[in-house]
Structures are given as structure tokens and as C-alpha cells.
Write a protein that binds this ligand. Structure first.
Ligand code: MG
Length: 241
């Protein structure tokens, strides 16, 4: 089961291929890349929220999505607009139901509110819809949607992660150089999108006993609390207080 709601499932054992915490530049690895940070772009599901609120396997089965294929990619290829719309509605219904049950990931409020207070431009990048994000955030009273200068969902006409388009869009709308934008996520699509755009990428390995999806990340952390300790010292001058 993939940690991103619409991402393909892992095709087999060994996929990802790297042991937890072993990525170059991992926090505490002794090889930190300095990486000045002027803005932070968060993945949503499994990053700001607890992972696995949505039963992705059940959704895939409900719409007939084959193993190893992304749900959005599958839906985009469904022949016939009526059939496609019907299957999209199935996904959306599951997403909305999951949004009602979602909870914030440990440390999310502290991390996001601290960065907001410091004046760090913030964004969200997700393969979900805006309405499901709004409904999820209603369950997370410590985080205000208004703190995010850009919220990139599949409602926007941009190629979704792992394409880099949304990361470029975020950098432009947050008014920062993409090289100083940090993408934080719990799945390989987040890391791929960030690195393909030329941004910094932080992999959140929620479950160290689970599969590692952070190949290529500049930083690897095991919690959002640890993320704050990595981000704060790297904030661009003028942001740091
Ligand atoms: Mg995710």
C-alpha cells in the first residue's frame, strides 16, 4: 500500500532499495548539505497527516486500477469520459470519507506554526483535490489553510508529482528561487518532483521498519519534530530570528 493516496503500489520487494537513514545528507549522517531554505512545500497525506488514512488497496480494486500504476495515471487513461468521470467519483468519495477521519501527523502543528511564525513562505503539494484538503484540515485545528501561500492540488492544470511542474509553480508563487525551496514528503514522488525541479528534498520516514522511499533526498528525518531541527538552522538570513 503506497503512502501517497494516488501513487502506484510498490511493484516488489527491494523497490526503493535503500536502508532507512542511509541517504546522503541525512540528518545526523555527518554529511549535511548546507542547503539554504527560503520556503517549504509540504506533501499532505502521510506528511502533515498520519499515513494510511485511506485504504488505497480498496480504492484501486473499486476502480480496477492495475498494480504498479498510479491511480491518477490510470484514471487519465480510461476511455470514455463518462466511465472516467464515474471512476473519478469513486476515488473522490473515498478521499472525502478518509478526510473526515484524518488526524495530523505527530509534530505537524508545531512545525507548521513555527515556520509560519518565523515568516517562512509555505505551500502544500498533493495529488488530492482541494476540497479533500480543506476537509482534512478541518480535523487539524492547529493548522490554518491561510498560512499556505500556495496549495497545489489536482484541480490545477499541472502534471502531478512526480512531475516537477508543481514545484516550479510553488517556487514562482512563493517568490523564492527553486534551489532554496524545500519539498518535504513521505513518498518517492515527493522526492522525485523536488529533485527534478532543482529544489531541496526531505524524506519523512514515518515508519523506520517500513519500506524506504527516499532515494535521492537531501535530508532524511523520522519525524516532523526532527524536520524542524534540520530546517531551522538552514533558514535563509532574514527569516531566521
Ligand atoms: Mg504522502
Amino acid at each position: 500500500m503506497a503512502p501517497d493516496s494516488t501513487a502506484p503500489t510498490a511493484p516488489g520487494a527491494g523497490w526503493g532499495g535503500q536502508c532507512s537513514g542511509a541517504a546522503p545528507g541525512a540528518a545526523g549522517s555527518g554529511d549535511p548539505r548546507p542547503g539554504r531554505i527560503s520556503a517549504v512545500l509540504f506533501d499532505f497525506d502521510g506528511t502533515l497527516t498520519v499515513p494510511d488514512t485511506l485504504d488505497f488497496g480498496a480504492v484501486r480494486q473499486a476502480v480496477g486500477c492495475p498494480e504498479g500504476m498510479g491511480l491518477l495515471e490510470f484514471l487519465a487513461g480510461v476511455a470514455g469520459p463518462e466511465e472516467r468521470r464515474r471512476k473519478e467519483a469513486v476515488l473522490e468519495a473515498w478521499e472525502m470519507e478518509a478526510a473526515e477521519r484524518t488526524r495530523e501527523n505527530a509534530g505537524a502543528t508545531r512545525l507548521v506554526s513555527t515556520l509560519h511564525r518565523l515568516g517562512v513562505p509555505l505551500g502544500i503539494i498533493t495529488r488530492n483535490t482541494l476540497v479533500s484538503i480543506e476537509r482534512s484540515l478541518a480535523q487539524m485545528p492547529g493548522i490554518d489553510l491561510g498560512w499556505f501561500g500556495v496549495v497545489i492540488t489536482r484541480d490545477l492544470p499541472l502534471s502531478p508529482k512526480p512531475f516537477p511542474d508543481g514545484v516550479h509553480y510553488a517556487a514562482e508563487h512563493l517568490g523564492v528561487e527553486v534551489a532554496e525551496l524545500l519539498v518535504v514528503g513521505d513518498y518517492r514522488f515527493d522526492i522525485e518532483a523536488g529533485k527534478r525541479a532543482g529544489a531541496l528534498a526531505m524524506y519523512l520516514h514515518n515508519d523506520p521498519a517500513g519500506p524506504f522511499h527516499g532515494d535521492g533526498a537531501d535530508f532524511v528525518v523520522r519525524s516532523l519534530t526532527e524536520a524542524l531541527t534540520v530546517i531551522e538552522p538552514r533558514l535563509a538570513p532574514g527569516i531566521q530570528t
